[in-house]
Design a protein around this ligand. Structure first.
Ligand code: NAD
Length: 428
């Protein structure tokens, strides 16, 4: 029997990676979406059926569902016209690693004010990654104070953390391993169960606080697995063992799983580094010293230097031109936040190298970080450098001609392994 769906009117606050993907995918499920943003250029793009970020499949989804999509900078108006609001704003790190909740706080005030005059029951869903307790001790008190209404009586609140992977975010939405729903009342839970029913994904319903902790625990575990893989990878390299062969054998154990064992130069991106740091900072406020998580970050920070160390075994890099292939923190994304290319370029600068870089989509986002290095138009232009460091595994790097080149590879590009005159893998 075909499942009945109730189509809803939904506001999405924040049009970054999470907001854009969530809104487009919910529109695909048949819901009416109002994207609320601050940057009118991004909103104009969405309104014309184009994605404000590089994410495979997103343009097509926006274009296909454009009749169900509208955009605005007017948050109160969006709240009045909808029954559901997803908070998808950023939760970056403060300088001390703790979580910066300014964006969440600001939108909570605005939503609360708008709720005061809302005449339909509205459910607010926190999708931004926030520390356990944030919805209950920050978001709900602000909403109640500004609206003069009572949470779980006059409006609903839920936590629905996001687990998408940039580069495969659209596929991830429609084929989730699980959807986590954190609620403290039946009504909010029913709304979210209804919303996600068409996905046929396992729904894990829990309390708001537990849901928030599931997100941090997942990211902390995956980051730990990567740092562990890198520590073992460094050891393997010293012993002349290929760590990929080791992890292939290890991953066959069903208790362990083969995923997240790609040893190399560590994790970057907008989530793992900031979320692990936020959890560490939070643990310390609770009087807990998180020794494993601290080591995870330390290992991760040391790892990019391995590429430079390996390169220095083969040449004095002062005055040499070093090419970097890949700037995005991962392939199929234009996101350069905490990309491993950043510490590598900083280290090369210190060594007095000249630098030429290439990335198929992330160059514009990277240029403002390092305006003075050379940006190549094509990947093959980087190969003219004295040595090449492969930092992101873009598919097109598999097709380059590496013959006669000196290559330090952190992404295990098969052709580079086979062809380069001098080749070093970071952990193999
Ligand atoms: P992002 O920085 O790409 O997007 C956040 C957006 O919120 C920005 O476009 C910003 O302009 C907008 N915003 C901030 N204040 C606003 C306001 N008052 N009104 C309207 N828009 C406003 O961030 P992101 O990568 O999409 O991440 C969002 C949240 O989701 C974060 O908490 C992040 O940790 C979490 N998350 C991200 C990912 C990911 O892969 N990027 C995955 C899971 C969870």
């Amino acid at each position: 029997m075909k499942k009945m769906c109730i189509f809803m009117k939904i506001s999405i606050i924040g049009t970054g990676y999470v907001g854009a993907v969530t809104g487009a995918c919910l529109a695909e499920l048949g819901h009416d979406i109002i994207f609320v943003g601050r940057d009118t250029k991004k909103l104009d793009l969405i309104q014309s059926g184009k994605s404000p970020i590089y994410e495979p499949g997103l343009d097509q989804l926006l274009e296909k569902n454009i009749t169900r999509i509208s955009t605005t900078v007017d948050l109160p108006d969006a709240i009045q016209k909808t029954a559901l609001t997803f908070i998808c704003v950023g939760t970056p790190s403060n300088d001390d690693g703790s979580i910066d909740l300014d964006q969440v706080r600001a939108v909570s005030h605005m939503i609360g004010k708008s709720l005061a005059s809302a005449d339909v029951y509205h459910t607010i869903i926190v999708k931004s990654t926030v520390l356990p307790g944030t919805s209950e001790t920050l978001v709900i008190p602000i909403l109640e104070k500004e609206s003069g209404k009572k949470a779980f009586v006059d409006f609903g609140v839920a936590s629905n953390p996001e687990f998408l992977k940039e580069g495969t975010a659209v596929v991830d939405f429609f084929h989730s391993d699980r959807v986590v729903i954190g609620t403290n009342d039946v009504k909010s839970r029913t709304v979210l169960e209804e919303l996600y029913k068409p996905l046929n994904a396992p729904l894990y319903a829990t309390t708001i606080r537990t849901s928030e902790m599931i997100k941090y625990t997942s990211n902390a575990f995956l980051a730990t697995k990567i740092s562990f893989a890198n520590e073992i990878g460094n050891l393997c390299k010293k012993m002349g063992i290929d760590s990929y062969d080791v992890f292939r054998g290890v991953g066959l154990d069903s208790r362990i799983s083969p995923h997240f064992f790609r040893s190399g130069i560590g994790f970057g991106g907008s989530c793992f580094p900031k979320d692990v740091r936020a959890l560490i900072a939070h643990a310390r406020t609770l009087g807990v010293e998180p020794q494993i998580l601290t080591a995870v970050i330390e290992t991760n920070e040391d790892q990019p230097a391995k590429m430079i160390e390996l390169l220095k075994h083969h040449m004095d890099i002062t005055g040499k031109t070093i090419g970097i292939l890949g700037l995005a923190f991962k392939p199929d994304s234009d996101d350069v936040r905490e990309s491993r290319a950043i510490p590598i370029i900083e280290a090369l600068h210190k060594e007095g190298a000249k630098i030429i870089v290439y990335d198929p989509v992330a160059t514009n986002n990277f240029r403002h970080l390092f305006p003075d290095i050379s940006y190549a138009e094509k990947a093959k232009d980087v190969l003219n450098a004295d040595a090449v460091l492969i930092v992101t595994e873009w598919k097109e790097f598999e097709d380059l001609d590496y013959r006669g080149k000196t290559v330090i590879d952190e992404r295990r590009i098969g052709k580079a392994r086979k062809e380069s005159a001098v080749y070093e893998g970071v952990c193999w």
